[in-house]
Design a protein around this ligand. Structure first.
Ligand code: ZN
Length: 90
């Protein structure tokens, strides 16, 4: 089985993608393409992070426009770019 190292991700990129990452590397002032991949992964993780409007804890996305909060058990829905509570469990 292959591990999920960013080295392998880098190698699996197309030439165009590698050029884009190289450009980003210069733009971001990072040491290596590997560091760029890490930064991109962090950003992707942050985009996936939803803050529960009910309790302020982080909620987990269950779909593009849906999320659930493990802290207060709210069900959230993305509406007009805002996460709104659909169901607040007692
Ligand atoms: Zn919550």
């Amino acid at each position: 089985m292959s591990d999920q190292s960013t080295d392998k991700m880098w190698l699996s990129l197309t030439n165009d993608e590698q050029e884009a990452v190289s450009a980003l590397q210069q733009e971001m002032g990072l040491d290596s393409p590997d560091a760029v991949m890490h930064a991109l992964l962090r950003q992707a993780a942050q985009r996936a992070l939803v803050v529960c409007p009910s309790c302020g804890h982080s909620a987990r996305k269950t779909a593009d426009d849906a999320a659930s909060c493990a802290e207060c058990m709210s069900v959230l829905h993305l509406s007009d770019g805002l996460w709104q509570v659909i169901t607040l469990q007692p």
